[in-house]
Design a protein around this ligand. Structure first.
Ligand SMILES: [Zn+2]
Length: 240
């Protein structure tokens, strides 16, 4: 048995020998570390949504750029204090989350990656990551990028596919359409009517697929730019 797509883009599906051989052949040139959350997504959408969506995007991007990109395991507990009124949500303190994220990045750097994209699928992770990113860059001095996947979408691109115009929102039209297209078993149609927020009702699978395709195309362009040397993270200046 040899490792084929789609498993070939997942770090965890490799044996240590397969990974070592691909690294030493120079085949693997960039790593995506997906980060997300496990948290309430209103009454109708599964709590794994942010993990499932970021893995969906990450694996599709890596497959498009095969054989140069590998996807690390998703960090599936995020910073979700603001969702803790709904039991079942898990949350990490920002310091704990950033400590594990830094160690994951450093592990991939020591495996040989100098192009690492931390691709985020959860709003609560943004401020802590942006606050510390310059220090991560100064410690590691590699092409280490932080982006949320919706950063790659302009409103001109998404407007034709969103009746509410809200992107990404929380468990609303955008995320619900994404789930209807990619993992419809995560959507409870009846429950959409049983809640104050009625925006999810605007979602449909066709628009969800169009939004996913756009995202994958734009993220893949960016990662290709990292490989080509046109997308390079700027390391903040050190004092003399
Ligand atoms: Zn979400």
């Amino acid at each position: 048995m040899t490792l084929e797509l789609p498993y070939k883009v997942l770090l965890g599906k490799h044996t240590r020998r397969e990974f070592r051989q691909r690294m030493s052949a120079g085949e693997l040139q960039a790593c995506i570390i997906p980060i997300a959350a496990t948290e309430q997504h209103l009454e109708h959408l599964a709590m794994e949504h942010d993990n499932a969506s970021i893995m969906h995007i990450s694996t599709a991007v890596a497959a498009q750029l095969d054989p140069h990109v590998i996807v690390a395991p998703v960090m599936n507990i995020g910073i979700s204090e603001h969702h803790m009124r709904h039991p079942g949500t898990l949350t990490a303190m920002p310091g704990s989350f950033l400590a594990v994220l830094f160690d994951a990045i450093r592990s991939m750097q020591s495996a040989g990656f100098e192009n690492i994209l931390v691709l985020n699928g959860h709003g609560g992770n943004i401020a802590p990551c942006e606050g510390i990113w310059g220090q991560f860059l100064q410690r590691l001095e590699i092409n280490l990028q932080f982006k949320s996947y919706w950063d790659f979408l302009t409103s001109a691109e998404t407007d034709p596919f969103l009746e509410t115009g809200r992107c990404p929102g929380h468990a609303q039209e955008f995320e619900t359409a994404f789930a209807l297209a990619a993992f419809p078993e995560n959507v409870r149609h009846d429950a959409m009517h049983d809640q104050a927020d009625q925006e999810p009702l605007a979602a449909n699978a066709e628009n969800g697929q169009a939004l996913i395709d756009l995202t994958v195309k734009n993220v893949a362009n960016f990662v290709q730019g990292m490989l080509d040397g046109t997308e390079i993270a700027e390391i903040p200046a050190f004092h003399d």
